[in-house]
Design a protein around this ligand. Sequence first.
Ligand code: FAD
Ligand code: SF4
Ligand code: SF4
Length: 400
Amino acid sequence: MSTSTLEAPSKPRADKAHWAHLWDEVITGGLCTGCAGCVVACPHDVLGYDDKLGVYKPFHLEAEDGPGGCGHGERGCTSCTRACPRFRAWETEIDTHMFKRQRHDDEVAGISKDIILARASDKYILDKGQDGGLVSAMLIFALEKGYIDGALVSYLEGDGSTWKAIPGVARTKEEVIAAAGSRYTYSANTMAYAEAVGLGLEKLALVGMSCMSSVPSVMTARKAGKPARKFALNIGLLCSKTFDDAIFEELFEAKYGLKKADMVKMNIKGVFQIWMKDGSYHEVNLKECHAWTRQGCLTCPDFAAEHADISTGGIGAFTDWTLTIVRTDIGRKLIIEMLEAGVIEARPGDDDPGAIELMRKLSIVSRRRWPQSVNFTEPRLGIPPPKPKAPAPDVVAPVD
Ligand SMILES: Cc1cc2nc3c(=O)[nH]c(=O)nc-3n(C[C@H](O)[C@H](O)[C@H](O)COP(=O)(O)OP(=O)(O)OC[C@H]3O[C@@H](n4cnc5c(N)ncnc54)[C@H](O)[C@@H]3O)c2cc1C
Ligand code: SF4
Ligand code: SF4
């Protein structure tokens, strides 16, 4: 019996799919966030990562089979698709593995146990942190108590004057504090995994944007090999986008004369806030920044770091507090121990209902970005149907 040559080849089952399918469905299919999960998981070290301006994408190091070919994949290696938090039905698979159930329609910001506001008790850590310094306080505590022996974080390269965010390993309080604060360009902190392993570290924390914070969980859910076993703590940062590095020259300097070498701090609170060495403060309208949105963010449906142990953000009425979404048992255990040890202070999330509502709204906005053309519909769950449009006056049926 012969099959029609016009029949489209069927996609392989998810657990049989490899680099060629990742290349077609995710990387060139417009879903790739640049999280580098595939690169970290590759047991044959044939995937590289391009972190040049605006690229932030994986690529195959062996050119003979073309960019979408992989001899190891043809021979049965599936590690890269197993480690990819945008491949096939990733959201449902991770939810089911992590929380033993699928999420309800109203859980647009992911499944959680508690939502609180928290901040470091130590004034120095609080000052160094972007919001409440909760992330840094947690890493320091987890290092001191032996929950982790290293953390994959983000530093600024060199003396910081280029504002290029780069992944790195923190093993001490000083290194954690050196990495504190937010940079609004991309840093694939997962890529510091190799350095951490080279240093002999076994229990790692990952700090990463929402997209990255699904990497340890998808690796565990799909049994992607060794790296999954080394991630002991997963801290996510709420995120609606990161910007291309070119925004510094092409917008901040070209239009406002703000040179990156003279910047000391930045934040996003409704506007892009920039503090300069000369003590001046500047605001740039976020609408102006949109043109520099990183390509990898355009289809990302995850605002609230939905698969982290603890997700953290800066939205809300209170500056200097971190909005803290506790999702797992280890996350809750750590927060309770830190409270008992007095290293953080906390208040109920109900103190700022507006922050929680805003998180829900921003989660819906992000979920709407997941392309409708993708077969797997899960990230559309919970999105309210579009409001019916009022008919335009010229199409209202004429009254006789
Ligand atoms: C690019 C970006 C976008 C964000 N967008 C939002 C948002 O829309 N809404 C919201 O509520 N919160 C957002 N956040 C989270 C917020 O800015 C804080 O990171 C969070 O509230 C934790 O604050 P903290 O004081 O507890 O953390 P800190 O103690 O300051 O620690 C922050 C940690 O984040 C790491 N980090 C900094 N920059 C990056 C980066 N570019 N990539 C990866 N890791 C990094 C640092 O290495 C450090 O370990 C964003 C963060 C970033 C980095
Ligand atoms: S989303 Fe992440 S894991 Fe998936 S292909 Fe892109 S870089 Fe690799
Ligand atoms: S919006 Fe944030 S979480 Fe999503 S891909 Fe971009 S950097 Fe990652």
